[in-house]
Write a protein that binds this ligand. Sequence first.
Ligand SMILES: [Cu+2]
Length: 199
Amino acid sequence: MDFKKYLLVFFFFVTIIPAYPANSGSIKGKVRLEGRKNYSSVLVYIEKVNGKFAPPKKHLVMDQKNLMFHPKILPILVGTTVDFLNSDSVLHNVFTPTECAGSFNLGTWPTGEIRSHTFNDANCFVTILCDVHPDMQAWIAVLQNPYFVKTTQKGDFEIKDIPEGKYELKVWYPFYKTVSSEIEIKAGSSIIKNYILKK
Ligand SMILES: [Cu+2]
């Protein structure tokens, strides 16, 4: 190969390929919740992707403020540690009756303190409650892979850099029926899917 051809091939790989991550594609679309006008925080995730995914070293936070959990819906990769913070001037507790999370109770603690829990079982949807305030409720979705996202207020979602293949995509929101959708991700391309969740 002469030098010019070599340069051409070189620039092809350097400039073209990085624009389309090798063997991955993306999915985007809109989710609507029947009977609602705000479509935010709907969880869109791929149920299973081959491989092992290292959880983030950085802890995620679920705060308790104004007698509510923030965020109310927290998707995490299996193995992630969540710090439960109390930002109110009253005592709060954190417990869950969810068996796949070990039905833990972290106790009750005052303003400014943190207690942590690591979630080690995937495909577990954990209901988080406070035994001081029965109206407080939140959910932690412990997922097998990092290909998940929450919708924006308008219901938009996008999951990028998914390895190509066929998957089961799930759309979840508390008290709504979960939607399962078979999707095929092709390298270098984006597919568009829209979903409506019903009660
Ligand atoms: Cu509380």
